[in-house]
Design a protein. Structure first.
Length: 66
């Protein structure tokens, strides 16, 4: 896979990789993993909210009217 990275971002990654004694590739892999985890978490939260609003609609309506 070829990834085109803007020069400024490449320089910043290079600096950080040197400071952390790791590779730019390792940082990019960590970043990709974080994006995937965040997406999965948002999906799970959305499904949970959909369940609650559907399953407990009557209860939520009573709270709203209280």
């Amino acid at each position: 896979m070829i990834l085109r990275v803007p020069e400024d971002l490449d320089r910043r990654l290079e600096r950080l990789a040197a400071e952390e004694h790791t590779s730019k590739s390792a940082f990019l892999l960590q970043g990709a993993e974080l994006v995937l985890q965040r997406h999965a978490r948002r999906h799970d939260i959305s499904q949970g909210l959909d369940f609650v609003t559907g399953h407990d609609a009557d209860l939520l309506k009573r709270f709203e009217d209280a």
